[in-house]
Design a protein around this ligand. Structure first.
Ligand code: NDP
Length: 369
């Protein structure tokens, strides 16, 4: 594709605007009205505690079912997304820019002159930013950080499904495409199945909503995490059976470590006495878990996530570095984040953190880092 056609393919059309707006409207309604477990978040640095409605899995399955009916009734094309990938990317980019601008302007008027740690529609946005009234901590509106990451993860699956439909239409469905699709599907379903665990992650408890989170969730997650799928649409990768089996192992080990570590921390935060790997947990200073995965390395969950990310790219073979964009990016991001998280924890837990570091010296990968 030359530069001219690349530019033309990136110009937003009204169809892409309509797709994007319908998606966000659906998410807004589904998120607020569909039933789901109400989960109390962790106490934030300002002492407040938010509540989240975890109905992401229901919202996702309903959306896929509705789209499936739409395709079956010939109302929408399954290639609606894969036929206009670049223009959807530029439309989402412009949308994210506008959202960031609104957040920036609202943040400038807020009491602390900055972006919000707990931006809520019908909640903190109005109260925190314009009236300065303290909310009832039990109040539950729509948390924008929770909403955006949900949009990103669902958008990723919708892109993948559309790419899959295109590869079937073009009669080039390969083993590699099936593996990539399967791993991503499991990862995304798992994310929504355990959506409540998200409420204790860094993005929700420590990151302020601004440029990084909005672009990260809305543009970065769906469009860069799906690069392998796009790549497989236009390139071939022959996988032997041994490579397929090895690839499945990388995914399964990574998934087990990733999910296991995040689950252990979440369970520990809710009940510090809960058994870890069948034994009473080793706890430091009554605050930090030092057994299970958290006794192996201080961020074993990052290791698991990196292995999973690698397993998404391995189906593409090693003929090109392009499909490895996601694991390389994630590697850089998680190393950087681990440093920031360490600094935050050292500041928050002081000598308790130092004791934890003595007991568990490895940051991510035992005996290496
Ligand atoms: P963590 O889930 O590791 O959360 C870090 C926090 O956990 C710390 O700030 C601290 O918070 C608490 N904590 C740390 N050590 C302990 C311990 N030993 N015992 C008890 N609590 C502890 O980090 P993230 O939110 O960054 O990551 C969550 C998941 O999301 C990871 O699996 C990560 O790989 C994934 N991720 C994926 C990304 C992607 O692009 N695919 C991007 C970023 C993350 P507190 O103050 O509450 O104690």
């Amino acid at each position: 594709m030359d530069l001219d056609s690349l530019f033309n393919a990136s110009i937003p059309s009204w169809t892409s605007v309509a797709i994007l707006l319908s998606f966000f409207t659906y998410l807004g309604f589904a998120g607020s009205i569909l039933p789901g477990k109400i989960v109390a978040g962790v106490k934030l640095s300002d002492g407040t505690q938010l509540h989240y409605r975890c109905n992401g899995l229901f919202s996702l399955l309903l959306l896929v079912a509705l789209l499936g009916i739409g395709v079956w009734m010939d109302l929408i094309s399954p290639m609606a997304i894969s036929d206009r990938g670049l223009e959807l990317l530029s439309t989402t980019f412009i949308f994210s820019f506008l959202v960031t601008l609104v957040l920036y302007l609202a943040g400038r008027q807020s009491r602390d002159q900055g972006s919000s740690l707990k931006p809520h529609i019908t909640g903190n946005i109005i109260h925190d930013w314009w009236f300065g009234i303290q909310l009832n901590p039990q109040f539950m509106g729509t948390d924008l950080k929770f909403f955006f990451v949900r949009a990103g993860m669902m958008g990723w699956l919708l892109i993948n499904l559309s790419v899959l439909a295109k590869s079937i239409q073009d009669a080039n469905l390969s083993r590699s495409m099936i593996l990539y699709q399967l791993f991503c599907l499991l990862y995304i379903l798992d994310y929504f199945f355990y959506e409540e665990y998200m409420t204790s992650t860094w993005d929700i408890i420590a990151e302020r909503l601004g440029f990084m989170l909005v672009f990260g969730d809305l543009v970065w997650i769906p469009f860069t995490f799906s690069i392998q799928g796009w790549w497989l649409l236009y390139n071939k990768a022959e996988l032997r059976t041994a490579a397929v089996i090895a690839n499945c192992f990388v995914f399964l080990i990574g998934y087990r470590v990733f999910r296991g570590a995040n689950k252990q921390k979440h369970v520990f935060k809710k009940n510090p006495k809960a058994l870890i790997w069948g034994r009473p947990p080793k706890v430091i200073g009554g605050k930090l878990l030092a057994s299970g995965y958290w006794g192996v390395a201080r961020h074993c969950n990052y290791l698991g996530d990196l292995l999973v990310a690698l397993s998404f790219s391995l189906p593409c073979g090693i003929s090109s570095p392009v499909p490895y964009f996601y694991p390389i990016y994630l590697f850089i991001l998680l190393i950087w984040r681990e440093r920031r998280d360490e600094a935050r924890c050292a500041e928050k837990y002081k000598e308790v953190w130092a004791e934890y570091c003595n007991l568990v010296p490895w940051r991510i990968l035992p005996y290496v880092y």
